[in-house]
Design a protein around this ligand. Structure first.
Ligand code: PMV
Length: 347
């Protein structure tokens, strides 16, 4: 039976895609497969108080972010709960008090939807486990990823680590459009604890929300080519992850970032999401790589910030390069020194 009042708390990281998800069909089904590194230091911590609601048929929701009541978040959470209702019928009997905080500053330009939706989905699954104590660990995680996907597509890649695939792909066993799976092939050790320094070039509001962005792919003249390219790039990346071929890793990852931006440059309406400093940083990275041979590269989200990616064994050199040459392009010298990690954990 279900408890009258209970609470659960989860910490879930953000993730950075190497092969980008951009384009979907309803309900949050990706047009191509994607893969990401789960991060460590960029995370959301969420506690949900579930209180039984005997009288009403609909849950009351309240959201507090970093100590501040956020009424503006409630409609989004309500929409999410409606979407998952069929899979979580027990939830409608509860009011939800959601207390959440991010490790990165609010509106720092780091998207919190992946970490936030993943943490919330895990809290809901903890309630489900109370209802069904026999629920096995692997199903728990899989369903958490499934629910998180319905909140924000890329959130399904934040439950586990270090590499997660989302979207059916012919070369990846058990891959699915419905949830993320751990990339289970043996990867070269060079990809363990891969470093990701996030350069906050621009902390402004996103120019294009991901909802608008995905919709722009519906009538996009290059959409089909792009979805094929992503699936091919993932096939190539799978062998690179096994062999440790960093030269090809770099060329695939940077091309994916630029292709994502190319889709926005060529959509109707069109957008330029990079800022002058984004290009300056990219040029510096290319110059440093050419001069030193150090295998550092960049990737981008749907915004101006740059993720600088490099193997752990090059950490000292690259960190110094970032401090000396790239920090000045960040707003208030703001950077997040992150690395790939193991995924969400209860707190
Ligand atoms: O999960 P969404 O709907 O916010 O989409 C995220 C899309 C990108 O971050 C640009 C790429 C990705 O695969 O994470």
């Amino acid at each position: 039976s279900l408890p009258d009042k209970t609470s659960f708390s989860w910490k879930s990281p953000s993730n950075i895609a190497l092969i980008k998800y951009w384009g979907k069909t309803d309900p949050q089904m990706p047009k191509n497969a994607s893969i990401s590194f789960t991060l460590t230091k960029s995370y959301t911590e969420t506690k949900v108080y579930f209180t039984k609601n005997y009288l009403k048929k609909k849950s009351d929701i309240s959201v507090t972010l970093d100590g501040q009541k956020m009424d503006s978040f409630v409609p989004k959470i309500e929409q999410f709960l409606e979407r998952i209702n069929y899979f979580t019928p027990y939830l409608s009997q509860y009011n939800l008090e959601i207390i959440t905080k991010n490790s990165f500053p609010h509106s720092s330009g780091i998207a919190s939807s992946a970490s936030g939706m993943s943490a919330l989905a895990l809290c809901i699954m903890s309630l489900e486990k109370e209802l069904n104590p026999f629920l096995v660990e692997s199903f728990f995680k899989q369903k958490a990823s499934f629910l998180a996907r319905l909140g924000s597509g890329s959130a399904c890649r934040s439950v586990e680590g270090e590499l997660v695939v989302w979207g059916k792909h012919k070369d990846i066993d058990h891959s699915s459009d419905l949830f993320g799976i751990k990339f289970s092939e043996e990867t070269d050790p060079v990809f363990q604890a891969y470093q990701d320094c996030i350069l906050l070039v621009d902390k402004g509001e996103k120019v294009v929300s991901s909802t608008v962005g995905h919709n722009l792919m519906i009538d996009h003249p290059y959409a089909e080519q792009r979805f094929n390219q992503a699936n091919q790039n993932l096939a190539r990346l799978v062998s690179v992850l096994k062999s440790g071929d960093l030269e090809n890793f770099i060329s695939i990852v940077e091309s994916e970032a630029l292709s994502l931006h190319a889709m926005m440059l060529t959509s109707n309406p069109y957008f330029i999401l990079m800022k002058p400093n984004t290009l300056k940083v990219i040029e510096k990275i290319w110059r440093y790589r050419k001069d030193t041979g150090v295998p550092v590269c960049f990737t981008l989200d749907a915004g101006a910030n740059v993720h600088v990616l490099y193997p752990k064994k090059w950490k000292e050199d690259v960190n110094q390069f970032i401090e000396l040459e790239l920090a000045k392009y960040c707003q208030n010298n703001h950077m997040i020194w992150d690395q790939a990690g193991m995924g969400a954990a209860p707190v």
